[in-house]
Design a protein around this ligand. Structure first.
Ligand code: SER
Length: 724
């Protein structure tokens, strides 16, 4: 209400001024412009108050004597926290993650810092510590707050205070050596703009403050900067090179380790199995292993020294629980955990991981056996259908060749039993290219040459497939992958302490009663050898790096199916630890410069991780593998038979049916049957006899007599002729 009266007063004054200039000519309307940040708390309240005040003035004709007041309000589009946004942009631009906020603990200070927290959160940054100074605090109280702030990791201080308090805080910080190299001070907007121009400051302190307070580096006007979406890559936010405290152009890191003089306590698993990854010497306490080497190499790449001590975790009798190990970071017993720590969702919810330094997904390990022990292995290269189709084709080819050769080749003539045997013998002996019968007809040779090509392909494929079946190991277990493992009721092994146990139960829904913990590679082997029926396990679920090490020493086992989780191992740090970020960069450098590979080669011999063919069917040959060949061969037979039948029919009609023309003219069904018999008889006879008979007829016709009719007798003559 007070606010409204105040506004009313202002307008009355304004209008009197406007009207007072020429009272004799009273205008009907007085226009007044008003600029507000309508999106701010004050702006919103002011808008309503002004509207109400204008209404009151216009309703009371005694105030402006009939002149209408019009206030045109315009939004300045100013957020009200422009300085805060700029500060957050600056922190983001320089890559600092954590800031300490120094502010006077009043409404102005708290609101400003809350807004700063929001702006930083939008950029995934945060205020690590809020150094609140009581309004009117004594110098000693301010100093206590500042000294406490220096105990924190962050070295980026955002000062949000009015001019007098701001200068007092900064003078104190200067005396406490908090403005030297490594420190960054950023003042919120209007304090720093004041500092740019204030004639009130002692010149010495003024120059230090202007050097240290890193504002006004933007080459773009704040309004323009504010209109753009916030992004560090935004070209508009290009800043001039800053000269940092300590007269350096090197960007301050912005954080330090908490300055309590202690080493970082790095928890490591006191492993019992697979000690190539991490091992602690029980006598000397010396820590070695692949993971340790990677960690040490990465730490050596950091630009700053970090003192640390390894603290083993676990009884030393069995591998510790890795979940409990991670929890030690939450309870502050460890500052970080280093080792073969899988980066899994549950863990990433509570700690920060570095980039993975090795890939590790869960795989299934099971027993295998040699296929060669199976006596019927020779049948396995072909499927049953393939065997049947191949056998059928042998018979078809034998029959087709018999039909094509029968008239011209004495090898395919003789008593019916002999001919049947010849068909079988001939066709199956082509399998070994050992057929003794000659093929004399062109069509017969055409069919045979295609068939021999098909046989060649089938034979070499059979040999290749059989070789593969006999030499490659095959699973003795019905488990072929994660689906069949879940579906079966058989016991599953897992490594003691590993996340695999909770993953199997919680994610895959495997009953805990099926799970069996295994401590060492020897226990892995024993459990798989025994098998599910004798108290062992059907398969073991564990991470690939362990299984590969296991397989490098044991050859009766293999990985089945594919990796069913994709993960990796990283080093764990408390949430938002800047060390995790710097170590990730160091791990990437190790990976790019080849050091990571060298460490891997040193510790992890590449074992025979080749997974066996878990599916015999994959090696088998199916009919469809040879479909094209069979189709070509079948077509060749059909074409050859069609040509053969055509030639036969032509010969028959030209020379035989014509000669017996008067007989067939009767047209009865009996004559049809006799024509068929006559045709078949013609087809059954040797071609040479047909030629002889035809020659005789021609001679008789030439002599003026009639033909002797059709009369063929079977002959065992070896006389052959190539007619086609
Ligand atoms: N690598 C496993 C884990 O992180 C331990 O074996 O749980």
């Amino acid at each position: 209400m007070k606010f409204m009266l105040h506004i009313l007063g202002i307008f009355c004054c304004l209008c009197s001024c406007a009207l007072g200039q020429n009272i004799s000519v009273r205008p009907n309307v007085v226009n007044i412009g008003a600029l507000f940040a309508l999106n701010s708390t004050i702006g919103r309240a002011a808008k309503v108050a002004i509207a109400a005040a204008v209404n009151d003035i216009n309703n009371d004709s005694s105030i402006l004597a009939g002149t209408k007041l019009v206030v045109q309000m315009q939004d300045t589009n100013c957020s009200g926290f422009l300085g805060i946004v700029q500060v957050a942009d600056l922190v983001e631009y320089y890559g600092w993650k954590l800031v300490t906020a120094v502010f006077i603990d009043d409404d102005y200070g708290r609101n400003g810092i809350a807004a700063l927290g929001d702006e930083l959160a939008k950029r995934k940054l945060k205020i690590l510590y809020k150094a609140a100074i009581k309004p009117g605090a004594k110098k000693s109280e301010m100093a206590a707050v500042l000294v406490k702030a220096t105990m924190m990791e962050s070295r980026v201080f955002v000062l949000h205070a009015n001019v007098d308090s701001g200068i007092a805080v900064f003078s104190l910080a200067y005396n406490l050596s908090m403005t030297s190299g490594g420190y960054v001070w950023i003042a919120t907007d209007w304090l720093s703009s004041y500092l740019d121009s204030s004639p009130r400051l002692d010149m010495g302190l003024m120059s230090i403050m202007q050097g240290v307070l890193t504002l006004r580096l933007s080459i773009v006007a704040p309004e323009a900067l504010n209109r753009k979406p916030s992004s560090p890559s935004n070209a508009n936010k290009k800043l001039y090179t800053a000269i940092w405290p300590g007269e350096t152009t090197t960007r301050p890191r912005g954080w330090v380790f908490p300055n309590n003089g202690n080493d970082l306590r790095i928890g490591i698993p006191n492993r019992v199995s697979y000690r190539q990854f991490v091992s602690v010497d029980p006598q000397t306490g010396v820590v070695t292993g692949f993971c340790i080497d990677v960690f040490v190499a990465a730490m050596n790449l950091l630009q700053y020294p970090v003192p640390y001590t390894f603290v083993p975790f676990g009884t030393g009798r069995e591998n510790p629980s890795y979940t409990e190990l991670i929890d030690k970071i939450l309870t502050n017993e460890f500052d970080a955990v280093v080792g073969d720590i899988a980066i899994v969702t549950n863990r990433t919810k509570v700690v920060d991981f570095t980039q993975p330094y090795i890939g590790s997904g869960l795989v299934i390990l099971t027993s295998v056996k040699k296929q060669s022990s199976i006596g019927w292995a020779f049948l396995q290269p072909f499927t049953i259908k393939m065997w049947c189709v191949t056998g059928m084709f042998f018979l078809i080819i034998g029959t087709v060749v018999w039909m094509l050769e029968h008239r011209v080749n004495d090898d395919f003539r003789g008593p019916p039993v002999k001919q049947a045997i010849t068909v079988f013998w001939f066709s199956f002996s082509t399998l070994f290219f050992a057929h003794r019968e000659d093929t004399r007809s062109t069509l017969g040779r055409f069919v045979i040459i295609i068939w021999l090509f098909v046989v060649l392909i089938i034979q070499s494929s059979y040999t290749a497939s059989l070789t593969s079946i006999l030499t490659v190991q095959h699973l003795s277990s019905p488990i072929k992958g994660i689906d069949s493992l879940i579906a079966s009721d058989e016991p599953i092994g897992f490594q003691v302490g590993s996340f695999a146990e909770s993953y199997l139960v919680n994610e895959l829904g495997v009953s805990p009663s099926r799970l069996k913990s295994l401590g060492t590679p020897d226990q892995y082997k024993e459990a798989l050898d025994l098998g599910p029926k004798q108290g062992g396990v059907a398969a073991i679920v564990d991470e690939r790096p362990y299984i590969e090490l296991f397989l490098s020493e044991h050859d009766k086992f293999a990985i089945v199916g594919s990796e069913f989780t994709k993960s990796g191992w990283g080093f764990a740090f408390p949430r938002d630890s800047p060390l995790a970020v710097d170590l990730s960069t160091a791990i990437l450098t190790l990976s790019e410069n080849g050091d990571l590979q060298r460490i891997t080669d040193k510790w992890l011999t590449s074992g025979s991780s080749a997974s066996p063919s878990d599916d015999l069917d994959a090696d088998r040959l199916h009919v469809h593998n040879f479909a094209a060949l069979f189709i070509i061969c079948g077509l060749a037979c059909i074409v050859a038979l069609a040509i053969h039948a055509g030639i036969l029919y032509r010969q028959y009609t030209l020379h035989v049916a014509a000669a017996s023309g008067p007989l067939s003219a009767a047209g009865s069904s009996r004559s049809h049957r006799s024509s068929l018999r006559s045709f078949l008889s013609f087809a059954d006879h040797r071609e040479v006899e047909f030629h002889k008979s035809a020659n005789k007829d021609h001679a008789a016709i030439a002599a003026g007599g009639s033909s002797s009719g059709v009369s063929f007798t079977s002959s065992n003559s070896t006389n052959t002729s190539m007619s086609r």
